[in-house]
Design a protein around this ligand. Structure first.
Ligand SMILES: C[S@@+](CC[C@H](N)C(=O)[O-])C[C@H]1O[C@@H](n2cnc3c(N)ncnc32)[C@H](O)[C@@H]1O
Length: 403
């Protein structure tokens, strides 16, 4: 069966997350078409769209294939004549259309013709429907957002039209990212530390890249307010953490107890130094470790590359010491996912390279992309760069495996 996965704004991140999560849960799955904004996948095994979307924090929608045609005329004919199984009823008669893979100047027209054709088809079958149309859509924003999908209850009632490899595909929206779940998790947790939190989107990504399973042992040694611990807990892992800051330790315990709906996290979250993990936890114990250690402080103006190199140099003892100590508490084959800073200046890129030290300590670097995929997304094979448009300090995300 074929499915479309629609990426969010951070498309390379979404793709790496998709690849890693598929590989772990659906090893027979194949990515049969890759676009900058979506992928079409073929999965033989029973695919649970809702469960899979629940894991993905960087993809917006999953649709299941209804039919495909070789030309657009034939596509519209099928849309007009075929029974298109959107879940329309008297109570739920609002439907929507989203369009992907067409040239920008064609997109609005495709939206319109597909929506009109589909409405005629429904009407001939005795179904009175309404079309969800944005009144004044911003440029390129004709498609429903995940928030709109939830508010307007469009799962099962959105047709995803897609052009790929000169074929035209119709998918039914089967699952969408629930932005309110992340917002609730962020807003409702008892301990907050807004400016220093790792965003939930990144936290879930880091956990996904570990390819861990329920009930396995996860560690965040720079746990701060516990955002990664909450993300891992939501996926059913046993969570452990440490931080040098007493308030953060107390806050993380409060947050994890809150999500667990019982007390007990104080046994697994401790005050301590990430460069001395063997003093805090058992050797060879963890199935996965992920963290965002100290990044550079937020900056408005990029300092000179010399100043940045000095600042990066100061981070080395913590990062390198942490790599050594993490190796001792991880099981063989377990993964470590770590964020380090990367700054693009007008002269050159300044970053903290962790791969050499990781290799000396006994890790191998997991290649996140093939050479071709890296070229396609303008990324590297060995690490992922995640950033938004004007973000000065970017996240360089490595995945290592204990040899
Ligand atoms: C970028 S924050 C982590 C944010 C965290 N992921 C969250 O969402 O709240 C880095 C954290 O590392 C802690 N830290 C700094 N040096 C440390 C060390 N050597 N060992 C353990 N924790 C450390 C800081 O107190 C801070 O809470």
């Amino acid at each position: 069966m074929k499915y479309i996965v629609v990426f969010g704004d951070h498309n390379a991140t979404a793709f790496v997350e998709l690849k890693s999560t598929l590989g772990d849960n659906y090893p027979d799955a194949q990515i049969i078409h890759l676009d900058k904004k979506f992928a079409i996948i073929d999965v033989k095994k029973n695919f649970n769209c809702t469960g899979f979307q629940f894991k993905l924090a960087n993809s917006l929608k999953i649709g299941e294939l209804l039919f495909s045609e070789n030309n657009f005329h034939g596509f519209l004919l099928s849309l007009r004549k075929k029974t298109v199984p959107l879940e329309i009823s008297g109570e739920h008669n609002l439907f929507s259309v989203s369009v992907h893979g067409f040239k920008p100047e064609k997109t609005r027209q495709v939206h319109r013709s597909c929506a009109t054709t589909l409405k005629q088809n429904f009407s001939e079958k005795g179904l009175q429907t309404k079309y969800f149309e944005k009144k004044q859509p911003a440029k390129q924003q004709l498609n429903s957002t995940p928030a709109e999908v939830f508010l307007k209850k469009l799962v099962g009632r959105e047709l995803i039209v897609c052009k790929a490899s000169n074929k035209y595909f119709a998918f039914k929206l089967a699952a969408a990212l629930n932005p309110f779940r992340y917002k609730k998790l962020d807003d409702s947790r008892p301990f907050q530390r807004r400016l220093l939190n790792t965003p939930p989107r990144i936290s879930s990504l880091l956990i996904n890249l570990l390819c861990m399973h329920e009930k396995e042992q996860f560690l965040d040694p720079f746990c701060g307010s516990g955002t990664l611990l909450l993300a891992a807990r939501q996926l059913g892992m046993d969570v452990f953490g440490c931080d040098t800051d007493k308030t953060c330790v107390k806050g993380s315990i409060e947050n994890v107890d809150w999500i667990n709906q019982k007390t007990g996290a104080s046994k697994s979250i401790k005050q301590g130094d990430a460069t001395k993990l063997n003093e805090l936890f058992e050797k060879n114990f963890f199935n996965g470790v992920a963290c965002e250690p100290i990044l550079l402080p937020p900056i408005k103006q990029i300092p000179s590359s010399k100043e940045l190199e000095k600042a990066i140099e100061k981070l080395k003892p913590v990062y390198f010491g942490f790599l050594e100590s993490a190796h001792t508490v991880m099981k063989k084959g377990a993964r470590l996912c770590v964020v380090s800073p990367y700054i693009r200046t007008s002269k050159k890129d300044v970053f903290l390279d962790l791969s050499k030290k990781a290799s000396q300590v006994g890790f191998k670097t997991v290649k996140l992309l093939t050479e071709k995929e890296a070229g396609f997304f303008k990324q590297q094979e060995e690490y992922l760069l995640d950033f938004s448009k004007n973000q000065k300090i970017r996240r360089m995300i490595y995945v290592f495996e204990k040899k």
